[in-house]
Write a protein that binds this ligand. Structure first.
Ligand code: GDP
Length: 440
């Protein structure tokens, strides 16, 4: 990637808004700013300055707004950065982008390129860059808090502490290898092994988090299951307060999986409606049933529904499906002559019992996502890196030869370094930054 390029992009969301912010970063950012300010002097760094924006080619005034100037290295990217705050209309934005595009050495930024430069210039580690992406994507309070913690560097610091412990152990091991006859205290290998064991244990505790951080990032998957016509789609709609699923009197109409995203007390939930569970000769319906069962297997929570107006007790299959950890729901209480024996009584039609059901789901969501600690891991990438690190350490702990132990410790440190981006990570950068938007 040519670091010498000066990049620019709209930093705010496209569309109509009061203000639109364009950001320019790179060695020609100052020249670009001066050009759109019609050659006037650059403003005082980090102070808002009101100016006209002109087309550097024809001299036409395009807009009037504020500019901010952040000379390197005290900027988001660590390079010279200029911000133009213009009016947030599509034509204004296009005119300003075109004006910047006409300047020599300036080009439109690629997705995530500003943040990638910030990483490459040492402004943040990879976990912080991921935290920033998560913050922009976060939709609920709990997600925002988790992203903010990661962006502040809490996770990266934890991994860096472990890595420096490993590097310390490695230095001792290498001293023993390089100077075996020197007057070094004996049994160094024996003394370093407890250090490695302690780290393996600390990583196990960290990894044994029931995937809370990852679930919070992606949303807790809940699935509604039950026989056809018990009111699964109606319940999904009632909970989502909109018509996301097809509600129909004809049995077997939901053949694919319909999902809605809910915010339950700050926790993100993906609620899925599924095909009614029954034997079917219709291949499409049978496929829907297969998918429903597969989702039931991998979901974080099963909500199992039965029609309590047909029978006040749930059948064996329903009880089985709910098991000990599912939520059993008795629907259609408005039609039932007697109170249901099993499950939480609700009516998707009248809304009776729904607040109680929602509180129960919220408690379940919280239980599965809350308390990932001040620095919980949030991505499979972190999990894999730590597992690879642990495997290397376990291999090292089983060795008796210092050189082989040292080699495994070196590898383990490298796996940790790849999580934060402290070692050569060129191969994973595209994966980390591809989820960013342009302008970030
Ligand atoms: P699904 O096949 O399990 O998804 O069931 P639907 O949500 O399509 O509902 C089947 C039928 O039951 C529809 O006619 C709904 O209007 C009706 N229904 C669903 N829930 C209730 C309820 O709580 N009370 C009453 N009276 N009817 C309901």
């Amino acid at each position: 990637m040519p670091a010498g390029d000066t990049i620019y992009a709209l930093a705010t969301a496209p569309g109509r808004a009061g203000v639109a912010v364009l950001r320019v970063s790179g060695p020609r950012a100052g020249a670009a700013l001066a050009a759109v300010m019609d050659g006037r002097n650059l403003p005082v760094p980090r102070r808002a300055h009101l100016t006209s924006f002109v087309d550097p080619v024809g001299g036409e005034i395009l807009d009037r707004g504020l500019v901010l100037w952040f000379p390197a290295p005290d900027s988001f990217t660590g390079e010279d950065v200029a911000e133009l705050h213009g009016h947030g209309g599509p034509a204004v934005i296009t005119a300003l982008l075109q004006a910047l595009g006409r300047l020599p050495g300036c080009r439109l930024a690629r997705a995530g390129e500003f943040t990638r430069r910030a990483f490459e210039n040492g402004k943040m580690d990879l976990t912080q860059a991921e935290g920033l992406a998560d913050l922009i994507a976060s939709e609920t309070e709990a997600q925002r808090r988790q992203a903010q913690r990661q962006m502040s560097g809490a996770l990266g610091r934890l991994y860096e502490t472990w890595r420096s412990d490993l590097i310390g152990a490695l230095a001792h091991l290498e001293a023993e290898i390089d100077f075996p006859d020197e007057d070094l205290p004996g049994g160094l290998l024996a003394r370093q092994k407890p250090v490695l064991e302690r780290l393996v244990h600390a990583m196990s505790v960290h990894l044994d988090d029931d995937h809370r951080g990852e679930r919070l990032r992606e949303g807790c998957q809940m699935v509604i299951l039950g026989a056809p016509n018990v009111g699964k789609s109606s319940l999904l709609n009632a909970l989502a307060q909109r018509d996301a699923a097809i509600v129909s009197e004809q049995a077997g109409t939901t053949r694919d999986i319909v999902e809605v995203h809910l915010n339950l007390g700050g926790y993100p939930v993906i609620l899925a409606d599924t095909a009614g569970l029954r034997e079917s000769n219709n291949t499409v319906e049978a496929e829907g049933v297969r998918r429903a069962r597969a989702l039931a297997e991998r979901a974080d929570l099963r909500i199992v529904l039965y029609d309590c107006s047909a029978a006040a007790i749930a059948g064996a299959e329903v009880l089985n499906l709910a098991g000990d950890d599912g939520v059993l729901v008795a629907n259609k209480t408005d039609l039932a002559a007697t109170a249901p024996v099993h499950g939480l009584p609700v009516s998707s039609k009248t809304g009776a019992g729904l607040p109680e059901l929602l509180s129960c789901l919220e408690a379940a969501a919280k239980l599965q996502m809350a308390g990932s600690g001040p620095a919980g891991l949030t991505r499979l990438r972190h999990r894999q890196g730590l597992e690879d690190c642990q495997s290397a350490l376990r291999r090292g702990l089983a060795e008796t030869d210092e050189e082989l132990v040292a080699e495994d410790v070196r590898l383990a440190a490298r796996h940790l370094g790849r999580i934060t981006g402290r070692v050569d990570v060129e191969d994973i950068l595209d994966v980390v930054f591809r989820d960013f938007c342009i302008g970030k």
